[in-house]
Design a protein around this ligand. Sequence first.
Ligand SMILES: NC(=O)c1ccc[n+]([C@@H]2O[C@H](COP(=O)([O-])OP(=O)(O)OC[C@H]3O[C@@H](n4cnc5c(N)ncnc54)[C@H](OP(=O)(O)O)[C@@H]3O)[C@@H](O)[C@H]2O)c1
Length: 324
Amino acid sequence: MKAIVCRTHGLPHTLEIAELPLPQLQPDEVLIKVAYCGVNFPDTLIIQNKYQFKPTLPFAPGGEVAGIVTAVGENVVPIKVGDPVVGLCSWGGFAEYVAVKSTRVFRLPVETNLLTAAATFYNYATSYHALKDRANLKPDEKLLVLGAGSGVGLAAVELGKQLGATVIAAASADEKLERCKSKGADFGINYSMHDLKESVKEIAPGGVDVIYDPVGGTLAENAIRSIAWQGRYLVVGFAAGSIPNFAANIPLLKGGSIVGVFWSGFAEKEPVRNGANMQQLIQWHSEGKISQQIYKTYPLAEAPQALQDMMDRKIIGKAVVQLV
Ligand SMILES: NC(=O)c1ccc[n+]([C@@H]2O[C@H](COP(=O)([O-])OP(=O)(O)OC[C@H]3O[C@@H](n4cnc5c(N)ncnc54)[C@H](OP(=O)(O)O)[C@@H]3O)[C@@H](O)[C@H]2O)c1
C-alpha cells in the first residue's frame, strides 16, 4: 500500500512516499481503508522523536482517520466490515490502510461526511475532555482560549459556547480571530499586537474562570495572571516549543488549579467514559452542531507540506490529507 514513510527521525522534508506492507491485523484491531487523515500538531513531533509515543521505524505518521472498515479481528464485537468509522490511531494514518485498536474506533452514521469526520474528532475529543471532565466548565463562566485558531483551539471555542460559557478567543492574527468569531467566540484578542493581561482585564475585570492553553511558553506565564478566583488553568500543549514555568503564588492567591489534559491517556485508561464523550460528539456532528474548520485538503504526496504548513503556523483550524 502507498504511505508517507518516516525512515529516520527529522523534519517533514525527510518523509517520503513509498510502499509499505499491509498492516497485520491483531485480534482486537480493526482494519480501515483510509479516506481522509486529519493533520495534528503531534504528527510534527512524532516524526522528530519528540512526542510521548515513539513508534518503531519505519512508520507512517497520521493520528486520525475516517474511512471504511475492511476487516475486523476475532475479538472485535460491535464493528463490522463496511461500517464508516473514525479511528484515532496516533500514527499510521497517512497510508491507504491502517489497523487500529477497536477501543479507538467509533462507528459513524452512514450519511456522515468522512472529510469533516477526519477533521473533527481528535480535536473535539481533546477539548471536550478538557472543558467537561478536567475543568468542569459551567454555563455563564468565562473561558479564555489561547492559540484559538488552532485545531484544538477552535474546537474549544465551539464547545465552550455549546456548554454555555462566554468565550474569549486569543490568537496571533486577526484572520484567526475572525474564524473564532464564526465559531461563536464573544470576544477576540490579538496577542501579537496587544498585551494579553490588559486586554483580558478590559473584557473580564475579575479574571476568567477557565484558561485553555495549547501554546505554553511565555504566553502561558503571562496568561495565568488573568485567572479568576477558583479558576482552572488547562495545560493542553506546548506548541510554542517550551514548557512554561508558572509562579506558584498565583494558584495559591486565587484558590485556583493547574490541571493537566492528556486525551490519549484518558482514552486508554477510561475507555467507557471516553466512549460516552465520543458518542455525544458524533451525535452533535451528525446534527450539524459541531464541525471543524477545514483549512485545506492535501493529496497524500503533499502530506509533508501539510506538516510544514502546520509548523509555520499557517493553518487555521484543520488540514486534511485525502486518500480517495
Ligand atoms: N493534551 C492533549 O491531549 C492534546 C491533544 C491534541 C493536541 N495537543 C496539543 O495541542 C497543541 C495544538 O495542537 P493542534 O493540532 O491544534 O495544532 P495547530 O493547529 O498547529 O495549532 C498550534 C497553535 O499554536 C500556536 N503557536 C504558537 N507558537 C507556535 C509555534 N512555534 N509553532 C506552531 N504553532 C505555534 C499557533 O497559534 P497562534 O499563531 O495564534 O499563536 C497555532 O495555531 C499542540 O501542542 C499539541 O501537541 C494536546
